[in-house]
Design a protein around this ligand. Structure first.
Ligand code: PLP
Length: 480
């Protein structure tokens, strides 16, 4: 494809994207296919000779689209939103065209500097303390874009582990590092995302998973008891991962209680994972959900969940960037440059070396919508969730199972787990709606999340109609 053909095909692709996103309601939200559907449809080997673009695009509609789950569909209410917007798509397009690999300042100065600036903008809008911002007076902290929240949890745990081992090595210079490692204990709630468990596996440290209260909130007293018990047994608490906006039911750990407990133990790293909910803290009326952030060492949220920015972009801030980077610095000559000591090199802030120009799409979104536009978008989703909650509450056959603070409602039929499982499976099987389950207070619940950017009150009414029709069918069948 030469430049002129790209110009033409690019315009066609934009048209295709507009048609696709504009006509999503005419498609099933989930595909009706079985695993392995694609292999018999495609050739066994890559083509030896170039193929015509029209033929390739025809195959997208013929073979690929029938296997796509449409996350931007107004009937998609599963998981959390997958950020998407036209300015963001254009930002990624430009990033792909520039095609730089911005691992250091010198590798593409604008790539590094824009990242520092827009992550500061977002941190400020969220209401993070100045210590987390790169450009604040006297700050030792700063922000970075990671690929995912899982990576944020992993790198902060790696940093905490390095800090703990360094401290213990000073206290016990003759004890093997492997022995010190075997003493380290990390903590999270049962409601934390599974990525905390995965990070602990990778870091080869013990993880104690704690019981939250009946509102799925980890409390300070629970953490304190666990840490004291472990310390009494010679273990060393070194890392606590808390969640603001849990995956199952969007509950909030009590940071205000947990923070002071962490401070009672020598250099425990307190991380706050707000992958979904953190975006909502740009709303003044929701800033109170961030109470206790002053105790945190690090914080992450995913604009690629709830800020209209396409995957991948998980923003992470640390209070002390040296404590993060000292766990991750390796410095071969071929990556060094003349400004290594004065400029930010983001290769030291995460696992991969290569980095795309991801800040462009965040910059485009922040500027195109403005904070006020993004606030309006999030408020709209919260309102839709409240509308759905009211519908559930108005029906005696159902019960709401979480405190609806943002865009997620967990609900269930007043019946058995099996009935609720069957209800969800029937609804998903119909292709009319898509939702996923969660275990909330040891009960099988169904999650309804406001997801599509332009979802309307009618979409919520439609969803409730589909749910109640399936419930009637299920309850009728049970009676006979
Ligand atoms: N943390 C929380 C609270 C989440 O809700 C999720 C995913 O939904 C994750 C972490 C994992 O996110 P990622 O896919 O960006 O690793």
């Amino acid at each position: 494809m030469d430049r002129e053909e790209f110009r033409c095909r690019g315009k066609e692709m934009v048209d295709y994207i507009c048609e696709y996103l504009g006509n999503l309601p005419s498609r099933r939200v989930t595909p009706s296919i079985e695993p392995g559907y694609l292999r018999p449809l495609l050739p066994k080997e890559a083509p030896q000779n170039p193929e015509n673009w029209d033929v390739i695009m025809d195959d997208v509609e013929k073979y690929i689209m029938p296997g796509v789950t449409h996350w931007q569909h107004p009937r998609f209410h599963a998981y959390f939103p997958a950020g998407n917007s036209y300015p963001s798509i254009l930002g990624d397009m430009l990033s792909d065209a520039i095609g730089c690999i911005g691992f250091s300042w010198a590798a593409s100065p604008a790539c590094t500097e824009l990242e520092t600036i827009v992550v500061d903008w977002l941190g400020k809008a969220i209401g993070l303390p100045d210590e987390f911002l790169a450009n604040a007076e006297g700050s030792k902290g700063g922000g970075v874009i990671q690929t995912s929240a899982s990576e944020c949890v992993l790198v902060t745990m790696l940093a905490a582990r390095a800090q703990a081992i360094k401290r213990l090595k000073q206290l016990h210079p003759f004890v093997e590092e492997g022995m010190l490692l075997s003493k380290l204990m990390a903590y999270c709630s049962k409601e934390a995302h599974s990525c905390v468990e995965k990070a602990a596996m990778i870091c080869f440290v013990k993880l104690r998973i704690l019981e939250p209260d009946d509102k799925c909130c980890l409390r300070g007293a629970t953490l304190r008891q666990a840490m004291e018990e472990d310390a009494a047994m010679g273990l060393i608490p070194f890392y606590v991962s808390t969640t603001l906006g849990t995956t199952s039911c969007c509950s909030f750990d009590n940071l205000g209680e947990i923070g002071p407990i962490c401070r009672m133990f020598p250099s425990v790293w307190l991380h706050v994972d707000a992958a979904y909910a953190g975006n909502a803290f740009i709303l003044p009326e929701l800033k109170h959900l961030l109470n206790g952030i002053e105790y945190a060492d690090s914080f992450n949220t995913n604009p690629n969940k709830w800020l209209l920015v396409n995957f991948d972009i998980s923003t992470m801030w640390v209070r002390d960037r040296i404590r993060l980077t000292s766990a991750l610095v390796v410095d071969p000559l071929y990556l060094q440059h003349g400004y290594s000591h004065s400029a930010i090199d983001y290769r030291h802030w995460g696992v991969p070396l290569s980095r795309r120009f991801r800040s462009l799409k965040l910059w485009f979104v922040l500027r195109s919508y403005g904070i006020s536009g993004l606030q309006q978008y999030i408020r709209h989703h919260c309102k839709l969730a409240k509308q759905f909650e009211a519908l559930v509450k108005s029906d005696q056959r159902f019960v709401v199972c979480n405190e609806v603070k943002l865009g997620l409602v967990c609900f269930r039929l007043k019946g058995t787990d099996k009935q609720n499982e069957k209800l969800l499976s029937n609804i998903n099987g119909s292709g009319k709606l898509h939702m996923v389950p969660a275990n909330v207070n040891d009960k099988y619940t169904i999650r309804f999340c406001a997801v599509a950017q332009h979802a309307t009150e009618e979409d919520v009414d439609y969803a409730w109609k589909v749910i109640t029709e399936h419930a009637v069918e299920l309850l009728d069948a049970a009676e006979f």
